[in-house]
Write a protein that binds this ligand. Sequence first.
Ligand code: PLP
Length: 393
Amino acid sequence: MDKEWICLSTPNFRGNEKKYVDEAIETEWVSTAGAFIGRFEEHMAAKLSAKAACACQSGTAGLHLCLRHFGVSAGDLVLVPTLTFIATVNAVLYQSAEPVFFDCDEHMCIRVDQVEEYLERDCHLEDGRTVETASGKTVKAVIPVHVFGDLCDMDRLMDLAERFHLTVIEDATESLGGVFNRGRYAGRPTGTVGHAGVLSFNGNKIITTGGGGMVVSNDEAAVNHIRYLSQQAKDDAVYFVHEEWGYNYRMTNLQAALGLAQLEELDMFLETKRRNYARYQARLAGCGYGELLPFGSEEGSNHWFYSFALRRPDPAKRDRLLQYLNNRQIQARPIWKLNHTQTPFRKYRAMDCGNALQFYDRVVNIPCGTNLTEAQLDRVCEALLAFEKEDRG
Ligand SMILES: *Cc1c(COP(=O)(O)O)cnc(C)c1O
């Protein structure tokens, strides 16, 4: 059988990408200055109704810049979900701060009730800050991650953040285009509820600049400082005066040219993601051993990544399913190995992460790119349905 590979996701360049990149090259503005950077920032801020945006080198760089700006420093504690891409946690380590790991809820986002329990039981307020009683360390921030495009319970999390004086950095790297559709923040785009939000334009994200990220916020001063830090904290472009030390984290004009064109396509991508999700749902409705997981935020979600889950946790069966799909030239993969079990992070505190462990043993992510054709999607569904009869576990 010589079939074409169906990838999880491939970049979709059918708009002005080539035109804008050519323009950047022809004008010789290819590096960390140039008109596309500002235009990309302005368009994104407008799209998200955020006051300001700073384009940077990656989502990881954006997370790091936020932690630095909001004063997370050595020995501070930052609350993170265990079920996330490792970048969320690495950024905490860049500041020599320490992660505290939390479980996820039934939609794979951080368990806010567990965060609340931790803050009330294990911490106390002292001079306007929250201190973990046993260690004496300050709890500075929390990074909710909108996993696979589903949305965290920001109403409860923002209430907790206010009570416990925490900075909230929304890791919206997977949820661009999502909009909160219930509660206090109904109508607000993802990334604009916390003190700052971070987007990513890595190759597999809903829009891509090859690599890149953006910090968005309604706190204009914060974004201006973050932009300053991202450009080596340069105060004067002639005499190279620096009042602070910074990073080489600015996005290039070439990337921004690509980003601006991609942003023009975002609404079309969102529509495609939703349509493909609905087609999967219809095709897989009769599946006995597994199911396509719903998005808790429903139409509020950008439907970025699709999760097919076994009805019961069974890591051996999950691996057989991955192999089965792989043998049929269909790319699929398990969710990330949980961060609290990763070698560099095992020494940090983790709450009971039973839900996340179950998801890890149940879920495979299936092709979800906007280039996916109906025929390809149907081929994925046929394989998922056929596995039931053919599995010899
Ligand atoms: C993609 C991603 C990031 C980081 O983005 P990069 O642009 O690749 O640095 C951070 N957190 C999560 C959850 C992601 O999926």
